[in-house]
Design a protein around this ligand. Sequence first.
Ligand code: SF4
Ligand code: SF4
Length: 192
Amino acid sequence: MDEVIKDLIALGKGLSITFRNMLQKPVTITYPENKRKFPARTRGRHVLHRYEDGRERCVGCLLCQGTCPAGAIYIEPAENTADNQVSAGERHAKVFDVDLLRCIYCGHCELACPTNAITLENNTAIAGYTRQSLLIHKEELLEPKGTATLGSTQAWDPKPPTPNAGEFDGSETSSAAVGQGNRPSRKPGAGH
Ligand code: SF4
Ligand code: SF4
């Protein structure tokens, strides 16, 4: 008889937990119909940005490719011409590929870029059936014409450059001249 009472008490305890949780709001979401809002500094898929006039911010300097610890970026630069001024500098990226499988989403490319051309945004839906589908090209990375955003730069930098400030006109080569003019320079020996 004691055993039966003990079992009934245990059953009652178990069911009370079940009923209590039935009344609570679910912590799961019905993805992909509903998506969570990620923090502004989430490092997801890369985006290449434009200036207000439609020209590309990327000047094909290769700094991001050089700094990438995973070798995930491949760029082929090309000269701008008078009738084909793709970017705001002397050169632009004719080819700009990012291998999303190699990328470790460290954000070094974003930090290295002197023109705020590349940022990591909060698109984390990175999946594909083939390796090839995760090698993304400039056409997929570049924000559409008519869109000129600074992306997550605004979340990382206390004072992001205004869209028209520090625009690169090809006459100077310092980082201050190519878009990061209002990023304070580091003191010598201050590290990163
Ligand atoms: S986030 Fe890091 S690993 Fe990925 S492309 Fe940029 S520098 Fe390379
Ligand atoms: S560092 Fe910036 S400007 Fe230079 S190639 Fe990379 S994205 Fe383009």
